[in-house]
Design a protein around this ligand. Sequence first.
Ligand code: FAD
Length: 524
Amino acid sequence: MPEYDIIIIGAGASAAAAALQLSEMGKKPMVIDVGLVPLRQIEDQKNLYTLKKTRDCTSFLVGDSLEYFNAKKQVLPAKLKSPYFQYVTDDPRFFNVRQTNYNAITSYAKGGLGVAWGNGLMRFSDEDFENFPIDFEDVLPFYKKLEAHIGISGTNDDLSPYFGNVENLQEPLKLSKNSQKIWNYYSKHRSHIQEKHISLGRPRIGVSANAYGKRERCQYDNLEFWQPDHTSLYTPVMTLQELVLHDKIVYKSGFFVDRWKEKEGKIEVIAYELASKQEHRFETQKIIIAAGVVNTARIVLKSREDHKTKLKLTDNPALQFPFFFPGSFGKSLEEDSFGLTQLSMIYKSKILDKKVIGAFVEVTSPMRSEFFDKFPFPASDNLNFMKYILPGMMASQIFLPSDPEIYAELSLTQANDVDIVGTGHAIPQPLVHEAVNVLRSLGLLTLEGFAYRVSHGNGIHYGGALPMSLNPASAYETTIEGELPENKNVYIADGSTFNGIPATNYSLTLMANAMRIAKACGMS
Ligand SMILES: Cc1cc2nc3c(=O)[nH]c(=O)nc-3n(C[C@H](O)[C@H](O)[C@H](O)COP(=O)(O)OP(=O)(O)OC[C@H]3O[C@@H](n4cnc5c(N)ncnc54)[C@H](O)[C@@H]3O)c2cc1C
């Protein structure tokens, strides 16, 4: 008998959820992971602005060797450039990723990209499952388990028709002063705004006003961009730690999985130890691959020694806009607000005939240099202008659904590197125009010229490489239980199986679906 019944590859959100489900079924899987961890933490978790006044913060703000600015050469969201978060996208370089017109972000961290996420954890609606062979009811039991496990805050409000009427939501966070202004405007003009098919509400996030389980209450310390393993933000690491503590999983970090091999009714997982680069083989009955879409695709192509197939890679196109409250220009900056999403917005795009989702975020936590080059003045004037303008500025992050016609192609080169070729497609101007009109309907001051189009692949919600199908027609489609039809007992449990990426942030569904697949794997 092999040593392990089930091996899970990866330790991000998908893998942690699969492990949680299997542990509930009395299974004890081995979770194998590269598993990079933060090298440093900010010792005293005070408020960012108190720290700035009382001590030298160079090390965590820009890095002792100005790492923040080096990272800027890559196209990375602000949080991933932050010195103490840079480990999340460090790469042990067992292979290269060649990218043309695409900017996929991969992680080899314990907890994966989820250690740096914005914590937006909401359900898909029926509409979001439109292109999937499964529907809302198939994942509902797992949504419920995850919501209880994580403790998601929010209220049942105008966004409930989209995010679901969830029982036991945790108390939402206090709004920043500027967000309160948006909320007041919306409350006053609600029926008129809703006639335009625009709704506003509290976000569903894995952080709350009160403590939940081992997670502390929100600190309003603006350290969200700087402090990995922040005690008040849920990350998949919390789930892994709990499972290890209760002896429900074996967690093996420090191993890069290269491929699997079927051998006499068993499966061998072939991995390289990071420290020694030595090859190790682990025997198991079944594997669940949840290494993030790019890595999962590579493991599958490598195991099949397939250097020809081009897999589809799809993700959300996204837009960012700053918007302004001139009445707050020159006032003092609110230093104890929550530095991530304050409010969520949904509107129906007439152009796409689909739902679009926006998050309104505070700009008190990220580095000021993120906005520095957006102003047209000389450097010293820009700095002064920013000081003046920042108390009256927020930003919106708008996600559009993926377009089935626009995708990148991922293949394995002869040298076993990954090659990704995108289209360089940019969001067309009419959609930017539409988004600006929506923001203006909410009383927000912004301009089309401020729009920043997130580059292709930087939406960070990847999918489509190994889509689910009721009747898989190729070796690269999975069954609806996530199993590869030509490789019995090999299951795919991350975004690879998603048939499209709707506008709704997909990580809660990613996790719920991973649990659904893990259940099928554990039962078969
Ligand atoms: C700044 C930022 C903000 C975000 N905000 C949100 C949000 O608000 N809401 C939302 O829904 N989503 C958000 N996301 C996206 C979300 O974080 C990801 O979609 C999600 O975490 C993906 O999880 P995953 O487990 O599928 O993959 P990953 O997070 O990529 O995890 C992959 C795991 O596999 C391991 N691994 C990879 N390759 C190998 C290998 N060969 N051998 C062994 N182990 C391997 C890695 O170590 C890692 O543990 C955000 C992402 C970022 C970066």
